[in-house]
Each structure stands twice: as C-alpha cells, then as structure tokens.
Design a protein around this ligand. Structure first.
Ligand SMILES: NC(=O)c1ccc[n+]([C@@H]2O[C@H](COP(=O)([O-])OP(=O)(O)OC[C@H]3O[C@@H](n4cnc5c(N)ncnc54)[C@H](O)[C@@H]3O)[C@@H](O)[C@H]2O)c1
Length: 396
C-alpha cells in the first residue's frame, strides 16, 4: 500500500467557508478517516498549508487543529513543488488574481464558486487552466446535499413522468447588524466587493438545474436591494450597493419552467432554507437540504375551491418521505475526495472551471435581464483565446 501525499495550498482558509466546510469538515475529516482509499489499496493523504494575510489568525487556526504548515507568503507556497493543488476560498473579487499566479506556477486548481464576478474573467481562468494542461475544479456542493440526491433519485427513476415545472424558494432573514449581528459577512451586500445574491446564488442554480433537470436556456430576473443600509463587523453603518433578493424565471431544455426566489430578506415559513418543488405529470416532490417528500398521481387529493367551508384537507400530511437508503456524507468533503482521486488517478471530475464559468454566465445574464427588463437567452459558452493560442470550444 502506497500513501500519496498531496500538498494543498488553502488560501482564504480563515473565512467562513474556508474554515468550516473546507478545512474542518473536508480536509481534516479526510485526514482523520485515514485519507482517501483507492481501489488498489493505496491512500491519498491531503497535506494542507494554510495561507492568508493575517499571521495571528493562521497560526491560531493551525494550532487549534494540530497543523504546522501555515504561511502569509503565497509566492513561496507556490514555489514549493510539494504543494500540487492551489485551493481558493477568498472573497470572490480576490480569486482570479491568485488563480492566475497558481496556474503560472503549474498548480492544479480547485476553488469556491463563483470563480469570478464577471463572465470574461471566469472564462479567462477556464481557458488559462486548460491551456496549461492543469486539472481543475469548482465547488458545486449543492449537488451532494441529501435532499437533492433524493430528488435526483426520483428523476432518474422516472417518478415524475414529464417534468412540468420547478419552484425554488431560497432564503432567510439576514440580520441588519444593528441590534443583532449579521450572520453573513458584510462584503455580501457591497457590489464593489463582489457581493450580491444574484452573483452568489445563480452560480448554484446553474449547476443544480443543469445537472438535475436540463440545461438552462433563458432567464428573466428582477433583482432588488430590500435593505438599503446595514451595519458591518466593526459596528459601522454602510450603504448596501448589491442586490439582496432576486425573483427569477428560467426556461430549461425540454420546456421545463423554473421559478426561483432567492432572498436574504425573507422570514422562513417552509421546511428548510432551500426548498425545491418539482411537479410532473406522474408525481410531485419537495426537497429540502436533507429531506425529500413525494406525492404520486395515485395519492393526489382532489381539492375543490370553496372558501365558504373550513378547509377539509391536511395537505402537508398527504406526502410521503423519500427514505435515506444510504449514508450521506458532507457534500464539500465528497467533492474534495472526488477531486483528490481525479488528481492522483485521473478519474473523471466533470465540474471544472468551464462549468464554473456557466454559473457566472447565468448571474451576469440575470443582472442584465434585470437592468434591461427583458428575457435573455443563454448562449453556448466558448473558451476565449489566451496568449495567442486557440483553445478548444466546449459544449454549452
Ligand atoms: N459553496 C457555498 O455554498 C458557498 C457559501 C458561501 C460562500 N461561498 C463562497 O466562498 C467564498 C468565501 O466566502 P465566505 O462566506 O467564506 O467569506 P468570508 O468573508 O468569511 O471569508 C473570506 C476569506 O477571504 C480572505 N480575504 C483575502 N483577501 C481579502 C480581502 N482583501 N478582503 C476580505 N477578505 C479577504 C479572508 O481573510 C477570508 O479568509 C466566496 O467566494 C463565496 O462566494 C460559497
């Protein structure tokens, strides 16, 4: 049995996602379980180096988890040939510059979504990494949520018949930061810092819809900044320059209609922070993050509109739970394991930077649709030429 040590530069690891999902629940959890086991008995052992701007934070984080490798010098980490992967979970506006450096240093790339705040930059990164012949991937964690895996199971089984429509409700109340601290970083509400719910969430909606139901063909979106002023981490009031809610409709291949409400200014009166209802000719289902309930055609009640009598139906009780039937691991960890296998064994990993660019494309079209107050089609993405060399075009 051989152990494949893989050095990973983790930049932005002191942030919310970097610390909780990527370091603790993924990389450290993989180390704790003894690495990623391969079919031939070998093991992949991730060896992270924590990278950021503030020494005291990195040192404290490393010490808290028994790690010795941390640095504020990205260039030195990139120059170290023991580090073969560059991972980035910095705030979105800082991602592209660091990824360009990592590509130039010949590192494989894995990063948070969105890969950039605009399509041009997302495509440039996808083209650069492909031209350099480096492996690459983008976090698409929602695909691995138990609720969505159950939904996928229903789709694959043909349960829905013809899928007609999808209703997505995402959101919760994010406190303004005055009398109660906000539960999201303040840059999320400043456009100039890469904020905005459209840039953030449409990157998710693109891969969720493309992978579960069919490719997104067109978009109509109305964005809004419901809360005009918030209070930041230092207690200072600031103007919210980015959208905090988006009311969108998408058309998918095959004519499926999707309505997607995304909001940080909504109070939750549903089973979960994200619910996805799918209605088909043979049955319907509603998925949350972990659970999924279904109602088949033969179990469908027959309500008749009559406000003159008390409602005789208990609608919520007329659905059946889709069972787990398997163990569900953390979605970020599953994707890390797949990426590490991709690096060491060349196994397939479909969620590359070009797939990530599709998320940025949908966000950009959503913002334009809002601005121009009209429907927009989603064109096939083509990789641009970088450094004068033509790069292959990819399927849209
Ligand atoms: N996959 C998901 O579900 C998901 C969820 C939330 C956020 N994200 C993405 O992850 C990334 C990080 O989000 P987060 O919520 O962890 O943010 P955060 O503010 O908690 O962390 C940001 C990290 O970037 C670092 N950083 C580097 N340069 C910076 C600068 N000049 N200003 C501010 N921070 C700087 C910070 O030190 C910190 O480590 C974003 O791109 C975001 O879109 C993904």
């Amino acid at each position: 049995m051989a152990v494949h040590n893989v050095g990973i530069i983790m930049n932005g690891v002191t942030g919310r996602m970097g610390t909780n999902q990527h370091l603790i629940r993924s990389i450290l959890a993989i180390r704790k379980q003894g690495g990623v086991a391969l079919a031939n008995g070998d093991v992949i052992m991730p060896d992270p180096i924590l990278v950021g701007r503030q020494e005291h934070k990195l040192k404290a984080l490393a010490e808290a988890h028994g790690l010795t490798r941390w640095s504020t010098d990205l260039e030195a980490c990139l120059a170290d040939s023991n580090n073969t992967i560059y991972f980035d979970s910095q705030t979105t506006v800082h991602r592209a510059e660091s990824i360009r450096k990592a590509i130039a240093a010949g590192k494989h790339i894995y990063c948070e979504k969105p890969t950039a705040t605009n399509l041009e930059e997302s495509l440039e990164l996808a083209a650069l990494v492909r031209q350099a012949g480096l492996k690459n991937g983008v976090v698409q964690d929602k695909l691995f949520l138990p609720g969505l895996l159950k939904l996928k199971r229903l789709v694959d089984s043909g349960f829905f018949g013809q899928i007609l429509s999808v209703r997505m409700e995402f959101g919760y109340w994010v406190f303004e930061g005055d009398w109660q601290q906000a539960q999201r970083p303040s840059w999320n509400y400043r456009k100039e810092d890469g904020g905005g719910i459209i840039v953030d969430m449409f990157a998710h909606w693109r891969y969720v819809l493309d992978n579960l139901f069919g490719e997104v063909r067109s978009v109509s979106c109305l964005g809004v900044t419901h809360i005009p002023e918030r209070v930041d981490e230092q207690g200072n009031a600031y103007e919210c320059t980015a959208d905090d809610a988006a009311y969108a409709t998408f058309e998918l291949e095959g004519g499926i209609i999707v309505q997607a409400n995304s909001s940080w200014a909504v109070r939750v009166n549903r089973d979960d922070l994200l619910t996805i209802q799918v209605d088909g000719t043979e049955g319907s289902a509603v998925a949350g993050l972990r659970d999924c309930k279904a109602q088949h055609r033969i179990n469908t009640p027959k309500p008749v509109w009559n406000p003159d009598i008390p409602n005789p139906f208990r609608f919520m009780e007329q659905w059946q739970e889709v069972p787990d039937n398997q163990l569900f691991d953390n979605g970020f960890k599953i994707q890390w394991e797949l990426f590490l296998k991709h690096i060491v064994t060349d196994s397939p990993f479909p969620w590359d930077l070009l797939e990530g660019a599709k998320g940025t494309q949908l966000a950009e079209l959503g913002l334009r649709s809002w601005d121009e107050r009209r429907w927009l089609d989603v064109p096939e993405l083509k990789l641009p030429e970088v450094s004068g060399q033509p790069i292959a075009s990819a399927k849209g």
